[in-house]
Design a protein around this ligand. Structure first.
Ligand code: GLY
Ligand code: MN
Length: 480
C-alpha cells in the first residue's frame, strides 16, 4: 500500500534559513534513474539543475525554482547542482559545491551534499569543476536548456558554442524522459492532489471574498498570500480578471463592478513542486445574469462532457473536437452561430469564440515538460499538429493512457478585436451570425478548468470538488 511521501529528515532538523525539502524515498529516484539509463543504453546522461537567477543583482535572486526534470530524477531542491548518470552502468554522480563557513554565517547550518545525495540514493559527489571533462566524452545526452544560464553552463562544460549546444540536444533522451514523466505514479498523484486541494481552497476563498468595489489585485493578493502561508509558489502567473476574454491576462488593475464576471485561472504548487491548474468564472454580484448563465451553461456542458469522454485509448484531439462541437451547437441555439456545428468546427469557425486548446498535460510543470518540446509531449509522433487558427494551439492531442494527468479547460470568449477583424473579412459568414454578436461585445470570457487523472478504466477528477455549477457558485456567493 502506498504511503504518503515522507518529508526528508532535513525538515525536522534545526537548519536555520533552510526551507523544508520534502522528498520521495531514495528508492523512487534510484528506480527512475535505473529505468532511464536502461532506456538510453550508452553514453553519459547529463541533467542540469537550476542556479539562482538574479532579480537585479546576484545577492537578490528570484525565488528559487528547481528544474523539473532534475527534481524528477534527483529530488534535491537546491541551486547549483548537476546530475550525471552513466547510461551503461547506471552509476549516478551529483556535482556541486559544499557550503562554506561564510555561507553558514549568512544562511545558518546547511545539510552537506553527501547527506542530500544519500537522500536521493546517489552514490557519488564531485566538485563542479570536474564537469569540464565532459568535453572529452564522446557521447553526452542532454536536454534543451530552458534557461540561458544553463545554456551557458552547458556551453562551458561541453566546449561548444551555444548554437552547437542547442543543435546537440538528445532526441532519444527527450523521448525517454517524456515517456517516463508522462505517466504519474501513485506517490506523484498524492502530491498532485495536494496541489489541487490547496488550489481549490484558494478558489473558494476568492469566490467568497469578491465583491463590488474591490480591485482584481485584492483577489490576486489572497491567492499569493495563501501560497506564501503554505511555503509554496503559485504554479504560474495568476490570472484573475474581469477581462476574461484576454486568455493569459496577468493584469490586476481593474475594479470589480456589479454585473461583471471574474475569471480566475490560478494554481498552487505542492511542496514537491507538482502543479495545480484550475479555472473558475463567477459573477461579481451574487447572481449570474441570464446572458451570462446561458454562455456559462454551454461551457459547463462542454467541460463535463469532455471529462466524461476522457478514457484510455481515446485521442485527446477528438475530445477537443467534441467539446468544440458542443459549444458550436450551444452558440447556434443562442443564434450566434448557424449551420451544421460539425461542419463549423471542421472549418474552424468556432475558434472565433474558442481560440485555444482544450487542455494540456500537467505534472511538475503546469504545462508539463513544455521545455522539452510541446509536440514531443502532446503529439508524440502520433498526430500531426494542425495549423488551423485555434486548433493550432492544442497542446495535447495524443492518445490518453492510464497515469496521464491532463487539464480540461474549454472556454467561450468575445474578443472585440478578433470579432471586428473576422467581420470585416466576412470570415466563416456561413457559420457566424455577426449581427447577433453586437449584444455580446463587452461580455468578456468564461473558462472552466479541472485536472483529470486517466485511470485504468476511465478518469478521476483530482481533488475535492470546487463549486462549478451555476447553483453551486451562487450558493457559495450567497453565504458571503
Ligand atoms: N493556466 C494557464 C494555461 O493553462 O495556459
Ligand atoms: Mn491550464
Amino acid at each position: 500500500m502506498f504511503e504518503p511521501p515522507v518529508t526528508a529528515p532535513l525538515r525536522h532538523m534545526p537548519y536555520l534559513g533552510v526551507k523544508s525539502m520534502p522528498m520521495f524515498p531514495a528508492d523512487t529516484y534510484r528506480k527512475r534513474r535505473e529505468r532511464l539509463a536502461k532506456q538510453i543504453g550508452k553514453g553519459l546522461i547529463l541533467l542540469t539543475g537550476n542556479t539562482d537567477s538574479p532579480m537585479n543583482y546576484k545577492g537578490n535572486p528570484y525565488p528559487f525554482r528547481q528544474d523539473s526534470t532534475f527534481l524528477y530524477y534527483a529530488g534535491i531542491d537546491q541551486p547549483g547542482l548537476v546530475l550525471t548518470i552513466d547510461a551503461a552502468t547506471g552509476e549516478s554522480t551529483l556535482y556541486g559545491h559544499e557550503w562554506t563557513m561564510e555561507d553558514i554565517v549568512w544562511m545558518g547550518p546547511q545539510p552537506s551534499l553527501h547527506d542530500l545525495a544519500g537522500l536521493a540514493g546517489i552514490g557519488r559527489v564531485e566538485e563542479p569543476d570536474k564537469l569540464h571533462a565532459l568535453s572529452q566524452q564522446s557521447l553526452v545526452h542532454y536536454l534543451p536548456p530552458s534557461r540561458s544560464e544553463n545554456l551557458l553552463r552547458l556551453s562551458g562544460w561541453l566546449g561548444r558554442d551555444t548554437g552547437q549546444v542547442r543543435e546537440g540536444v538528445s532526441e532519444s533522451l527527450i523521448r525517454a524522459v517524456v515517456a517516463q514523466r508522462a505517466v504519474k505514479s501513485e506517490e506523484e498523484i498524492h502530491e498532485m492532489v495536494r496541489a489541487v486541494e490547496l488550489t481549490g481552497r484558494m478558489h473558494v476563498a476568492v469566490m467568497r471574498e469578491a465583491q463590488e468595489g474591490l480591485q482584481e489585485s485584492d483577489l490576486a493578493g489572497i491567492v499569493a498570500g495563501m501560497c506564501a502561508a503554505e511555503e509554496v509558489l503559485p504554479a504560474y502567473g495568476i490570472i484573475l480578471t474581469t477581462k476574461g476574454q484576454v486568455l493569459h491576462n496577468h493584469h490586476h488593475g481593474h475594479e470589480l463592478l456589479d454585473g461583471q464576471l471574474v475569471l480566475g485561472d490560478f494554481g498552487a504548487e505542492s511542496p514537491m513542486h507538482y502543479a495545480g491548474d484550475i479555472t473558475r468564472t463567477f459573477p461579481v454580484s451574487r447572481y449570474f445574469t441570464d446572458q451570462q448563465k446561458e454562455i456559462y451553461e454551454i461551457v459547463l456542458d462542454a467541460q463535463i462532457s469532455a471529462i466524461q469522454a476522457c478514457h484510455p485509448g481515446v485521442k485527446y484531439r477528438d475530445v477537443h473536437l467534441e467539446a468544440s462541437r458542443i459549444m458550436a451547437n450551444g452558440l447556434r441555439s443562442l443564434g450566434l452561430m448557424k449551420g451544421d456545428p460539425e461542419e463549423a468546427v471542421a472549418a474552424g469557425a468556432h475558434a472565433l469564440f474558442f481560440p485555444h486548446g482544450l487542455g494540456h498535460m500537467i505534472g511538475l510543470d503546469v504545462h508539463d515538460m513544455e521545455d522539452l518540446g510541446e509536440d514531443h509531449v502532446g503529439y508524440a509522433g502520433e498526430v500531426t499538429r494542425s495549423d488551423q487558427f485555434g486548433l493550432a494551439y492544442l497542446r495535447m492531442a495524443r492518445t490518453l493512457q492510464p497515469g496521464f494527468v491532463v487539464t480540461v479547460e474549454p472556454g467561450l470568449y468575445f474578443i472585440p478585436e478578433l470579432i471586428d477583424q473576422w467581420k470585416a473579412e466576412n470570415r466563416h459568414a456561413d457559420f457566424i451570425h455577426y449581427p447577433a454578436l453586437e449584444k455580446y461585445r463587452h461580455f468578456g470570457g468564461i473558462r472552466i478548468e479541472d485536472n483529470i487523472l486517466i485511470s485504468a478504466d476511465g478518469r478521476v477528477v483530482l481533488g475535492e470538488p470546487i463549486p462549478k455549477t451555476v447553483e453551486e457558485i451562487e450558493a457559495l456567493r450567497y453565504q458571503v
